[in-house]
Design a protein around this ligand. Structure first.
Ligand code: GLN
Length: 304
């Protein structure tokens, strides 16, 4: 049974010694205890199974890029692709060199530069406060839970220490690919990264991408397909090929150690463990998803 399998998985993950390293370039994240692990799975019949530290809130970081893209595609449709590409990158999520090579057009909406451009687009005709309220409304509706908030301290700390993101924003500005001032767009971007959720909430929030939340159509089916394709090809940065090979379904990671992943039509899954592998993706979270995929034949590349 799935519940027994996940109980056993959570117990085994709790005992793994090689847990990866927490993201210490964000001071607030450097303090998180790496000895935590959570898994939560939502199924098509409406059931949800959670194990481990599934009710501990954590910073979703780059998982927020999925919600930003959902809102961006909803508002701007294909016009969004004028400003950001749809190709994976073999460079890190915060790469500057990619931007220079592509003359200021980020490779995809899931690397930092791409997400900063999407956030900039979301600020069209909205103040930062309105744009963030819109994003929180979306995430809360997706999760079916109003108790989802932004960690202001974390956003402030990233604002002070996120020098690489400042350099990306200035480069975008100099390439005419940022319509607002750098501090306005980045301030909004840092706040969206600082949304806090539990693993239970995150698994529920992914249901719209798995086609499980049929009551509320949050975005069109076409946009679901587009986002899943991008999560599969770009959701784990320069580790996306490895993730597709090992896990085989779309997923998006964040440096807080969370991953939201979907098996279309079957399940929405969230895993969380703060230690990261060399690509900045949760080390144990990836292993756990690989084990789930193997055990249940959930890779979309499996011949069913
Ligand atoms: N807020 C982080 C940053 O901009 C998000 C990165 C991530 O989760 N990969 O660096």
């Amino acid at each position: 049974m799935l519940s027994d399998f996940l109980t056993d998985l959570a117990a085994r993950m709790a005992a793994v010694p090689e847990r990866g390293a927490v993201a210490d370039y964000i001071p607030e994240l450097a303090r998180i205890d790496p000895n935590q692990f959570a898994v939560s799975v939502c199924l098509a019949d409406g059931t949800q199974i959670s194990h481990g530290d599934a009710d501990v809130p954590f910073s979703i970081q780059s998982v927020s890029k999925v919600f930003a893209l959902a809102l961006g595609l909803g508002r701007f449709a294909d016009n969004l692709w004028i400003r950001v590409g749809r190709e994976p990158s073999s460079n890190a999520f915060n790469s500057v060199v990619d931007l220079e090579l592509e003359m200021g057009k980020p490779r995809n909406p899931f690397v930092n530069a791409g997400a900063i451009v999407v956030t900039d687009a979301l600020l069209t005709a909205r103040s930062p406060r309105e744009a963030l309220a819109e994003m929180l409304r979306f995430v809360r509706a997706a999760a079916g839970d109003d108790h989802i908030y932004i960690d202001e301290e974390l956003a402030k700390s990233e604002n002070l220490t996120g020098h690489r993101n400042w350099s990306l924003a200035y480069f975008l500005k100099s390439s005419d690919n940022l319509t607002h001032e750098c501090d306005l767009t980045l301030g909004t971007y840092f706040h969206q990264c600082a949304i806090e959720m539990t693993c239970t909430q995150l698994a529920r929030a992914g249901r719209f991408l798995a086609g499980l939340d049929t009551k509320h159509e949050l975005i069109s089916r076409n946009n679901v397909r587009s986002i899943n394709a991008l999560m599969m090809t770009c959701g784990h940065y320069d580790g996306s090929g490895e993730f597709a090979y090992r896990v085989g379904f779309p997923g998006k990671s964040g440096v807080g150690g969370g991953i939201m992943a979907v098996v279309p039509g079957i399940a929405s899954i969230a895993v969380w463990s703060p230690g990261l592998n060399r690509y900045g993706n949760s080390q144990l979270g990836t292993i756990a998803l690989e084990e789930i995929s193997d055990a249940l034949n959930w890779s979309v590349f499996d011949v069913k």
